[in-house]
Design a protein around this ligand. Structure first.
Ligand SMILES: Cc1cc2nc3c(=O)[nH]c(=O)nc-3n(C[C@H](O)[C@H](O)[C@H](O)COP(=O)(O)OP(=O)(O)OC[C@H]3O[C@@H](n4cnc5c(N)ncnc54)[C@H](O)[C@@H]3O)c2cc1C
Length: 386
C-alpha cells in the first residue's frame, strides 16, 4: 500500500473531505487494493454526513461518534481509513492546482503529485450582502463547526430565532428550532416557501404546517439590515415592506440563521483552466471526467449530462453518493464503468419527510401523506405524484 506516494506520486488524490470524496475513496479501494489514496480535506473532522446537521444533530438527538444511522454522523467508522490505507489530511487546504505538472500545492507548503485527481470541494454557505451580516449571533450552516455553534445557541428553550431563506436549510433549521422550543420567524423575499423548486400546492402545505406549529411567516419581505442589540449581538432583523407604501418592520431576535444557498468551491478548477458552466460549476461528462485529462469531479460542484433532464446541477446528498460509483472508477483502466448520478432530493421537516425526483414539476398538484403529525417520530411522509 502507498507505493505510489513513496515514489512521490499519489495514485488517487481526492480534494475535499465531504461525502463525494469519502464515498469515492471507498469505491476506489474496492476496485484497487494496492493504490495509494489520499483525501485532502479543509475540514478538521473526518468526512461526515451533512443532512443531520440541520436535523437530529442540531436537536441534540445524536452525537458525532459513529456512522450516520448508528448514532453518529460519520461516513465511515474512523478506523476504516487506517484499515483501508486511505490517508486523510485534515485541516489541509489545497491552494493551487497545476494540471500540466499534475500537482497540487497545499496551503501548508506541501506539494502532492497525482496520477488521477478528483475534485469534490463542495460549497460554502452564502452570507447576506447587507449591513450587520457578520454580527455575533448570525449563523450560516454548512459544517460541523457551524452546527455546534448553532446547537449551543438553541440549547435553551425560548430563544427568538429569525431564519432567512425558505428552502432546504432554512426550513429544516426552523423545524428543528421549533422542536427545541424556539420562537421562529421565517423571512424570505419570495412570496412562497420553496419557490422555484416546489409547486404551489406543496408550498401551501408547508406554509400551513409551519404556521400551525407557531412559526410566523414574513414572505415577500427582503431583509435589509441586521441590527445590533445593546450587548453587541444581533438584536433585530429589519425587513422591507412587501408592498410599496407599507411600513418597515424590525423583528426582534436572539439568533439569526441565514440559509440562502451556497457558492461553489471551484476557484481551483477555474485557475487550472477546467471548463465551467452556469454558477461556475465544473462541467463533467458521464464518467465525471472534466475538460482536463485525469481530473475528475463529483458532488455539489459539478454539472453533468443527465439522460432525462439534460445538463443538471444538483446539490444533494443522493447525488454525491450516487456519483461515488462513477467518480470511484475514474481511473480509466477500470473498464466497464459507466456514469451515473442521482436525482433524488429529500428533506425532513420534523415528522414530515418528502422526496422528489430533481424538482417537483409545476404540474404536480397531488400530495399524498400518511399520518401527518408534529412530533419527533418520523411517522409521516409527503410524496409528490404527477
Ligand atoms: C445542513 C445541511 C443539511 C443537508 N440536508 C440534506 C438533505 O436532507 N437531503 C439532501 O439530499 N441533501 C442535503 N444536504 C446537501 C448534501 O449534504 C450535499 O449535497 C453533500 O454534502 C455534497 O457533498 P460534497 O462532497 O460534494 O461536498 P461537501 O459536503 O461540501 O464537501 C466538500 C469538502 O471539501 C472541502 N474543501 C473545500 N475546498 C477545499 C480545498 N481547497 N482543499 C481541501 N478541501 C476543501 C470542504 O471543507 C468540505 O469538507 C444538506 C447540506 C447541509 C449543509
Amino acid at each position: 500500500m502507498g507505493a505510489g506516494r513513496a515514489q512521490g506520486t499519489v495514485d488517487y488524490l481526492l480534494l475535499g473531505g465531504g461525502l463525494a470524496a469519502a464515498t469515492a475513496a471507498e469505491e476506489l479501494r474496492q476496485r484497487d487494493r494496492a493504490a495509494s489514496i489520499i483525501i485532502v480535506s479543509g475540514d478538521t473532522a473526518y468526512p461526515y454526513h451533512r443532512p443531520p446537521l440541520s436535523k437530529e444533530y442540531l436537536r441534540g438527538e445524536i452525537g458525532t461518534e459513529g456512522t450516520y444511522g448508528a448514532g453518529g454522523i460519520y461516513v465511515h467508522p474512523l478506523d476504516w481509513y487506517e484499515s483501508q490505507h486511505v490517508e486523510v489530511l485534515r485541516g489541509a487546504n489545497a491552494a493551487a492546482l497545476d494540471a500540466e505538472s499534475r500537482s497540487v500545492l497545499l496551503a501548508n507548503g506541501m506539494t502532492l503529485h497525482y496520477r488521477a485527481l478528483l475534485l469534490a470541494t463542495g460549497g460554502r454557505a452564502r452570507r447576506l450582502p447587507i449591513p450587520g451580516a457578520h454580527l455575533p449571533g448570525v449563523h450560516t450552516l454548512r459544517s460541523l463547526a457551524d452546527a455546534d455553534a448553532l446547537r449551543a445557541e438553541l440549547s435553551a428553550p425560548g430563544r427568538r430565532l429569525v431564519v432567512i431563506g425558505s428552502r432546504f436549510i432554512g426550513l429544516e433549521v426552523a423545524a428543528s428550532a421549533i422542536m427545541k422550543g424556539a420562537y421562529v420567524t421565517l423571512v424570505d423575499a419570495t412570496p412562497r416557501l420553496w419557490r422555484g423548486l416546489m409547486p404551489p400546492a406543496l408550498s401551501a402545505y408547508f406554509q400551513d404546517y409551519f404556521t400551525a406549529h407557531g412559526a410566523v411567516l414574513r414572505l415577500g419581505h427582503a431583509p435589509v439590515a441586521l441590527l445590533a442589540g445593546a450587548d453587541g449581538r444581533v438584536g433585530a432583523v429589519r425587513i422591507a415592506p412587501a408592498q410599496e407604501g407599507s411600513t418597515w418592520e424590525d423583528i426582534r431576535c436572539d439568533v439569526v440563521v441565514v440559509g440562502i444557498g451556497i457558492d461553489l468551491n471551484t476557484e481551483l478548477a477555474a485557475e487550472a483552466g477546467l471548463a465551467l458552466g452556469e454558477r461556475r460549476a465544473v462541467l463533467v461528462d458521464d464518467r465525471m471526467q472534466t475538460s482536463v485529462p485525469e481530473i475528475f469531479a463529483a458532488g455539489d460542484i459539478v454539472t453533468y449530462p443527465d439522460p432525462l433532464a439534460g445538463w443538471m446541477h444538483f446539490e444533494h446528498w443522493d447525488h454525491a453518493v450516487a456519483m461515488h460509483r462513477t467518480s470511484g472508477c475514474f481511473w480509466r483502466r477500470h473498464a466497464g464503468c459507466c456514469g451515473q448520478a442521482g436525482g433524488l432530493a429529500w428533506s425532513n421537516i420534523c415528522a414530515a419527510a418528502w422526496r422528489t425526483m430533481h424538482s417537483a414539476p409545476s404540474t404536480c398538484t397531488k400530495i399524498g401523506w400518511w399520518l401527518p403529525c408534529w412530533s419527533t417520530t418520523p411517522a409521516s411522509s409527503i410524496c409528490c405524484a404527477i
